[in-house]
Design a protein around this ligand. Structure first.
Ligand code: TXA
Ligand code: MG
Length: 329
């Protein structure tokens, strides 16, 4: 079982040593917990896919401790630099041209000539600085399951597969980072996330260009059915059916709420930031109670609501198993 430690100086050294030795370490970031490996070590990066049981090699986000480290690996245009200056460290990932012949293992970018870079807040940056190498880190959860937002959730899911978990309490944001890519003068939104699109739009004085995530070209890892609890998920619910688990938002308006087998409110005050931070944890809690369906009240689409709805739509997507290697052999 994974050892769970804190985040003091000693813990940071322990984590950096384990990572330098090619081990996987679950680390807290402000968005969600990450399953981290030294991004320059191909075996360690392959271990991430193995531990997560990912069906394919999606490109991973590479975490850096400052802009200087980002410059070692990527070509940074002026607009991307402005975004970094404004929002790093924080929940924003930038997809940038990868410099040729860097130390980053090609498996991290799944062979693409671009790399997704992010500078996280908190203890993760200290670990990266101590290691002096970037960390490849997807969310710390088995592929297709809900992202881990606490050390306990990570231990439950991956504890038997990793050596070490650093516990910094519940994730502050609770949703993965927003991913953008600058394309000449336009900023493409590849994945809505913990930084609201409006905040980026306010800085650049322009609308983000939203791409169809299912076109799967810009963000090949974005499978439709991704954030999948065991229960079915019903969205925009105005009427709760007997035995369903209710995931409410704001003052409960759905009729039949008293028929719910269980209910949790993402934010009684209707605060989207609070709802984002609670989302994965509450889905997991309701899922554990064993109802066949989690009924979710409507969530507005403004601010972090865009990312919350994106995750909910994925959680509700039909579980059609994707094609396996056996089928095409
Ligand atoms: O908040 C987060 O972003 C968390 C924490 C741990 O930092 N990390 C995370 O990483 O969500 P991951 O590896 O699960 O998400 C990677 C996403 C995938 O959808 C992938 O397709 C996209 O980023 N991505 C990575 N590299 C890319 C690239 N070069 N071009 C386009 N999309 C890329
Ligand atoms: Mg994930």
């Amino acid at each position: 079982m994974a050892r769970i430690i804190g985040t003091d100086e000693q813990a940071i050294r322990t984590a950096a040593t384990a990572l330098a030795g090619g081990k996987l370490v679950a680390i807290p970031t402000e968005t969600v917990y990450g399953l981290a490996a030294d991004a320059t070590n191909g075996d360690a990066v392959a271990g991430i896919f193995e531990a997560k049981g990912r069906p394919h090699f999606n490109p991973l986000i590479c975490h850096v401790c400052d802009i200087a480290m980002a410059e070692r690996y990527a070509v940074i245009d002026l607009l991307s630099r402005r975004l970094m200056d404004a929002f790093w460290p924080g929940p924003l990932t930038l997809v940038l041209p990868l410099k040729p012949d860097t130390a980053i293992h090609p498996l991290v970018a799944a062979g693409l000539d671009t790399i997704a870079l992010r500078m996280p807040r908190g203890v993760a940056g200290k670990i990266i600085a101590a290691l002096d190498r970037p960390l490849a880190a997807p969310s710390a959860n088995t592929s297709g399951k809900i992202s881990g937002t606490s050390a306990e959730a990570v231990a439950d899911d991956l504890g038997s597969k990793i050596a070490l978990i650093l516990d910094a309490g519940p994730s502050e944001v609770g949703l993965e980072s927003t991913i953008v890519k600058v394309d000449s003068a336009e900023v493409l939104l590849l994945r809505p996330g913990g930084l609201a699109a409006e905040e980026i739009e306010a800085l650049i004085g322009d609308k983000l260009k939203r791409i169809d995530q299912r076109s799967a070209i810009e963000a090949p890892g974005m499978m439709a059915s991704h954030y999948a609890p065991a229960a079915g998920v019903r969205l925009n619910v105005h009427e709760v059916r007997e035995g369903e688990a209710l995931l409410a938002f704001g003052p409960v308006r759905a009729s039949g709420a008293h028929l719910a087998a269980a209910s949790l409110n993402l934010s009684e005050a209707g605060n989207l930031r609070e709802a984002a931070a609670n989302l994965f944890d509450y889905m997991k809690r309701l899922d554990r109670l064993g109802s066949a369906v989690i009924a979710v009240e409507p969530i507005p689409f403004n601010g972090l609501g865009e990312a919350i709805n994106d995750r909910l739509v994925r959680a509700a997507a039909p579980r059609i198993p994707s094609m396996t290697v056996e089928q095409i052999k």
